[in-house]
Design a protein around this ligand. Structure first.
Ligand SMILES: C[S@@+](CC[C@H](N)C(=O)[O-])C[C@H]1O[C@@H](n2cnc3c(N)ncnc32)[C@H](O)[C@@H]1O
Length: 290
């Protein structure tokens, strides 16, 4: 069997990694997470999954894949989750694409004013569905409090397929020089670590309380589990990993869980103008549900 030449990583070949193994991994991550891994990502896959082979005592990628696929689903569930966790890309930052947060302030105030005119209505609901390590969820929470005050009637459901990033998001601990935070926000919304925790910051509990974090796979078909419809969805920098049919499927489901007039915020390189039957462009990478 030939092995892939991925010079920087597989060159030393701790584990045999054949083209057929790479193809199978591409199929499996597509089936499980909707992620389309391009040819040329062999070195990335090798480096990310090698740790799983080491931890599970497998001698080659084909050995690992065979074991994963042949183990009864219930027994292999935890390893499938590790497999997915290894293959997601979790790059994020506080207030990434900050024009969205400026637009959000105006939008939240307008929606809150409408709600105030109709007493007894539900709190505003926001869903952040590629939450990663928490910087985006907490940026949303800070924005809500800054726009509407400490008593903001906002529910923030923040989900991700990757259970490992959610552990970090729940901890809410970051480097004190994390990108995207200015001094005023550091002071208002974070506690500074001292002693052994110097150089670290932790989200204040009153802000963390606004954020509900839980796993959710956008390929899941049980979207009713998300609860009441949302006013706003942040779905940023995840659809870039999906092919066109998968994007369309996710957009149709998001359309169903957004209230009429609800807004969908997407990443800077994501363009859904083809789905104009579902969403119309309302601002820079902001769409309104039709
Ligand atoms: C590049 S990060 C984007 C994080 C954040 N939204 C931002 O823009 O900074 C992409 C996130 O999408 C998540 N993801 C990938 N496939 C997913 C899926 N099928 N369902 C839910 N989340 C997924 C990854 O785990 C990762 O945390």
């Amino acid at each position: 069997m030939s092995t892939l030449s991925a010079p920087s990583v597989a060159g030393d070949s701790e584990f045999a990694f054949a083209p057929a193994d790479f193809d199978r991994i591409r199929q499996l991550i597509y089936q499980r997470a909707g992620i389309s891994l391009h040819a040329g990502k062999q070195a990335m896959v090798y480096s990310r999954l090698s740790r799983r082979l080491r931890d599970t005592g497998r001698r080659s990628f084909s050995d690992y894949l065979q074991w994963l696929e042949q183990t009864p689903p219930a027994a292999a569930e935890a390893e499938w989750q590790e497999f997915v966790n290894c293959l997601t890309t979790n790059l994020t930052a506080f207030f990434r694409e900050d024009h969205h947060f400026h637009a959000l302030v105006d939008d939240l105030r307008a929606r809150a004013a409408l709600r105030a005119a109709r007493p007894g209505t539900q709190p505003l609901r926001i869903w952040c569905n590629a939450a990663s390590t928490g910087e985006e969820p907490y940026s949303l929470a800070m924005t809500a409090v800054e726009a509407l005050g400490a008593g903001a009637q906002v529910q923030l459901l923040c989900t991700d397929i990757d259970t490992q990033v959610l552990v970090k998001a729940r901890r809410g601990v970051y480097d004190a020089d994390a990108r995207g935070l200015d001094d005023a926000r550091l002071k208002r919304h974070f506690l500074r670590g001292t002693g052994a925790n110097a150089g670290q910051i932790r989200i204040k509990p009153e802000l963390a309380r606004l954020v509900e974090l839980r796993p959710f796979n956008l390929m899941n078909t049980q979207w009713s589990a998300l609860g009441e419809p949302f006013d706003i969805i942040f779905c940023r920098n995840v659809m870039i990993y999906f092919d066109n049919p998968t994007q369309r499927q996710v957009l149709e489901r998001m359309h169903r869980v957004l209230l009429p007039g609800g807004l969908l915020y997407v990443g800077h390189s994501e363009n859904f103008t083809d789905a104009r039957d579902l969403f119309r462009l309302r601002g820079k990478t902001i769409y309104e549900r039709v």
